[in-house]
Design a protein around this ligand. Structure first.
Ligand code: DAK
Length: 259
């Protein structure tokens, strides 16, 4: 990968989008690297949680690359949108949890990328927004869909139609992020959260992600059936036996082994 740095700390992987001169804007190369990243993380059974952040002090991702997009034809624009949507969907459906540590601007495709991660926390300096209507385009990497699902259609419409950027405190108030930290505390907080998640039984954490993501797309009667199946699937795993056995024996469980 040319524009993504990948570091492993125990069972937590930290991926940093590293194109600071363009505020980590998403060009085709970065999208290709994101695709490779998801493949690599998925293929590594030792990784239980992925953190995604941006390099430098200013930006998480300042959007899709406006220079690259400016000359696209209609057909090329559609293909660029598909490329972004495919890789964001792949990230969203990665079986393990993904935490976006938003360290600065998360505009356009950057806000959309953070929303494809299941959990968002940010620095006080973070700025979110979907500025596309001010550029003569619509949000093209899932923004109209994920923002409306996350913060409700009324607030999503206001932000998208107005192309207004919002700061971290407003993002917290409307539920776009779960927590705000000082810039220095952001990554340690993301790592602490990731380590807490990584200590729990991995099979069940993955099952919970699948249940929430897929269940939200289903009518409730079908969603609870999905939950029942995933719940049933946890039984007879080594980790379920150890977790419940430890409780009954009044001892701390051994580290979960992902089996
Ligand atoms: N693309 C390319 N380069 C960018 C960029 C971007 N999105 N954002 C920043 N840069 C570059 C700047 O051009 C500048 O490069 P040099 O001039 O130094 O070579 C460098 O990063 C530093 O930026 P600034 O000098 O502008 O830094 P400031 O601190 O003054 O301002 C800023 C920071 C984030 C407020 C400003 O850079 C800015 O407004 N950036 C653009 C933000 C933006 O509008 N983002 C949304 C992009 S649109 C679709 C597919 C995808 C999408 C839509 C449709 N389909 C195919 C349907 C997605 C669209 C978007 O994401």
């Amino acid at each position: 990968m040319t524009h993504i740095l990948l570091e492993k700390k125990g069972s937590v992987a930290i991926a940093t989008i590293n194109r600071p001169k363009a505020l980590n804007a998403l060009n085709s190369e970065v999208l290709n690297d994101l695709n490779t990243l998801v493949d690599e993380v998925k293929a590594d059974p030792g990784i239980r949680v992925l953190i995604l952040t941006g390099s430098g002090e200013k930006a998480f991702v300042a959007g899709a690359d406006i220079g690259e997009m400016s000359t696209l034809t209609k057909a090329e624009g559609e293909a660029f949108g598909k490329k972004g949507n495919d890789v964001f969907r792949k990230l969203e459906t990665l079986p393990i949890p993904v935490i976006a540590a938003v360290n600065g601007y998360a505009l356009g495709g950057g806000c959309e990328l953070s929303m494809a991660c299941g959990i968002r926390i940010c620095a006080e300096t973070a700025v979110f927004g979907q500025p596309e209507t001010g550029l003569g385009i619509t949000p093209g990497f899932g923004g109209t869909q994920r923002l409306a699902r996350l913060i409700g259609p009324g607030m999503a419409k206001q932000l998208i139609y107005s192309a207004r950027n919002i700061k971290a405190d407003e993002a917290l108030r409307i539920g776009l992020v779960n927590a705000v930290y000082s810039a220095e505390e952001l990554l340690p907080a993301a790592e602490k959260l990731a380590e807490t998640i990584a200590k729990n039984a991995p099979i069940t954490v993955r099952a919970c992600k699948k249940a929430i993501n897929e269940g939200l797309e289903l009518p409730m009667d079908e969603a609870v059936v999905l939950e029942e199946k995933l719940f049933g699937g946890c039984f007879e795993t080594e980790d379920q036996k150890e977790g419940m056995g430890a409780f009954l024996e009044k001892r701390k469980h051994e580290p979960y082994r992902n089996c």
